[in-house]
Ligand binder design. Sequence first.
Ligand code: SAM
Length: 212
Amino acid sequence: MRLRNVTGSREYIADSRFVIHEPKEQKGRWKEVFGNENPLRIEIGMGKGRFIMQLAKENPDVNYVGIEKYSTVLLRAIQKMEAEELPNIVFIRMDAEEICEVFAPEEVDRIYLNFSDPWPKDRHAKRRLESREFLARYNECLKKDGVIEFKTDNKMLFDFALEEVPEAGWHIDAVTYDLHKDEAMMQGNVMTEYEEKFSAMGNPIYKYIISR
Ligand code: SAM
């Protein structure tokens, strides 16, 4: 998701109190950021933030960090927060490649990946957020019993993601090839922006939950 250049989006973000501007300084100190001991869940590539903000609203006893690479996209999430402020969520603008510099071992309780960029060329496979390289990064900061939840409508990306799971030493706890028709896995499902768009077009939504 890349919105057209929004003039001044970087400056706008730099002034926002909903954004953690030096996230590496918070490594190991996220409890202090939120001022409580609640579990910390993160979404990588949150886009405009609809999914994670809805989770934050529904689960006031959980802390959330939304991570997004592009300022122009993050800006939209900030604007939503300005309209409806939530105490248990903050945003970071960064590339997920740096995740281990931002979260300490065992600091993250759950990771959400939703409709990640597919990077269709084989030579770009390492950039996919579900690749073994990224799973190795998540391995460093996710609690021992933590899980990753991934949704997409992209079959190529989903098949790739499933193959990467055992390669990285993880295992699949649950999987569906049609989430919206899977009663058990649909329980408590929160739709993302892309999920709403692609399911409305009739695309099945794939989902896995994995752990180590
Ligand atoms: N998760 C949202 C949804 O389901 O509606 C947005 C999906 S959009 C296709 C993917 C988002 O992930 C984009 O906003 C993109 O900028 C972001 N993204 C892709 N690679 C990223 C990375 N390495 N680090 C952080 N964000 C990333």
